[in-house]
Design a protein around this ligand. Structure first.
Ligand code: CP
Length: 312
């Protein structure tokens, strides 16, 4: 069966740990594993802007011995010039995997249904699972574990990062709190799914509207831009409700004294996060950005051979 990574709960708790262990090993020895030797190509498509994701997948595929083929989305016009299904069938005959940043989750599900090779979600409107995989690697590096830790995300509770923290954190057995205004609740179906996973893993999920309560004693503070990709024209309207949820020095006083700070970047200093926090001693955002490379290399290696060579 071809495995995909379309949302965070596509990895079981055991598989998530395996991928994170592999990511740590790959970070220590970047050029040891070459599962894409040939070189086999990986198609990498972006319907939205990117820096980190394009860089980390391009470098990562090359380091795995493969050929990163970044397809110009303006030329490919997936779903416009030809259907997603036909695009998937063509790519799947020639490449080892497909990495796609796009809009609706239904689009990447359609790609996965027809590609015949692993498809990786490089961000959709609903999820950013590769980012959260890198975040989990970063938290584990800093804290030595994931299960039982408290993670607080402040900002837009209905965006892809909030959804991925809920699912990915629940899979890891973490206590995930989303601090968000009442009008920006996570999708109820995703919240229910995260709660069900957390019941199995010993974690928990909660949505709180008081940012101070959401931060109380937390081990990890995470935030994201208040203006998601493609909604830049709404920036002024959207910012006001989130001001009380900014990660400032005052806000950090409510977290655990040794709490670390994550931001998936790009960051807007003075908006969702204070410059003194993101550039301060508790920030691990540059490790987090680097770990996109290691986590995604490990993920691709897992998806290309989920059995880890055991069936050979
Ligand atoms: N965090 C993240 O996905 O960065 P890019 O949008 O630059 O790829």
């Amino acid at each position: 069966m071809v495995r995909h990574f379309l949302r965070d709960d596509d990895l079981s708790p055991e598989e998530q740990t395996r991928v994170l262990d592999l990511a740590d090993a790959m970070k220590k020895d970047r050029f040891a594993a070459r599962p894409l030797a040939g070189p086999q190509a990986v198609a990498i498509l972006f319907d939205k802007p990117t820096l980190r994701t394009q860089t980390s997948f391009t470098v990562g595929v090359a380091e795995l011995g493969g050929h990163p083929m970044v397809v110009d989305a303006r030329l490919a016009q997936v779903g416009v010039r030809e259907s997603i299904a036909d695009t998937a069938r063509v790519l799947g005959r020639q490449v080892a995997a497909v990495v796609w940043r796009t809009y609706g989750q239904d689009r990447i599900e359609e790609m996965a249904a027809h590609a015949g090779v692993p498809v990786v979600n490089a961000l959709t409107d609903d999820f950013h699972p590769c980012q959260v995989l890198a975040d989990l690697q970063t938290i584990r590096e800093q804290k030595g574990r994931l299960a039982g830790l408290r993670l607080t995300y402040l900002g837009d509770g209905a965006n892809n990062m909030a959804h991925s923290y809920l699912l990915g954190g629940a899979v890891a057995g973490m206590h995930v709190r989303i601090g968000t205004p009442d009008a920006y609740q996570p999708h109820p179906g995703i919240l229910d799914r995260a709660a069900a996973i957390a019941r199995e893993t010993g974690g928990s999920v909660a949505v709180l509207h008081d940012p101070r309560k959401a931060l109380e004693g937390t081990d990890v503070v995470a935030t994201d831009t208040w203006v998601s990709m493609g909604r830049e024209d709404e920036a002024d309207d959207r910012s006001a409700p989130f001001v009380p949820y900014a990660v400032t020095e005052d806000a950090m006083a409510h977290a655990a004294p040794d709490a670390i700070v994550l931001h998936c970047l790009p960051a807007y200093r003075g908006k969702e996060i204070a410059a003194s926090v993101i550039d301060g001693p508790r920030s691990v955002v540059w490790d987090e950005a680097e770990n996109r490379l290691h986590a995604q290399k490990a993920l691709l290696t897992f998806l290309l051979d989920p059995s880890g060579g055991r069936r050979r």
